[in-house]
Design a protein around this ligand. Structure first.
Ligand SMILES: [Cu+2]
Length: 130
């Protein structure tokens, strides 16, 4: 009886820990995706980095307007259609390599949004220039 009770307590504890751990981890990942600093200005050029694999991450980026900007799209074993990238506003369409880094010149964006899509329009990302 005592042994069984102990096992039940231990199991509940373990389950609780698992929930806290994975729940917490999920939250942390979620917020870090939203708050991630994926823009960088080097030598007067702004770089915005997007990861493409099973969709695009981060889905929403915030960048500065009126600065020459390049979009870096990183793939890493990307066999899904997020490697078929379309950015309509700049007339860009390309099949990215499955693993690599694509640098796309966005010119000097004004205030507004630039949207990237997979060729099927299933996955998307937005860079919000402010
Ligand atoms: Cu797609």
């Amino acid at each position: 009886m005592n042994k069984n009770a102990l096992i039940i307590v231990a199991c509940s504890l373990l389950l609780g820990l698992l929930i806290v751990f994975f729940g917490g981890k999920k939250d942390a990942t979620g917020s870090s995706v939203n708050n991630v600093q994926n823009t960088e200005i080097r030598d007067g050029v702004q770089y915005v980095t997007i990861y493409a694999k099973g969709g695009y991450s981060p889905k929403v980026s915030i960048a500065q307007a009126n600065i020459p900007t390049k979009l870096i799209v990183k793939t890493n074993g990307t066999y899904d259609c997020s490697s078929a990238l379309v950015i309509r506003s700049i007339g860009y369409q390309k099949m990215l390599s499955q693993t690599g880094e694509e640098v796309i010149d966005l010119g000097t964006p004004q205030v507004g949004k630039i949207q990237g899509l997979c060729s099927m329009g299933m996955y998307s990302f937005v860079v919000n220039f402010k």
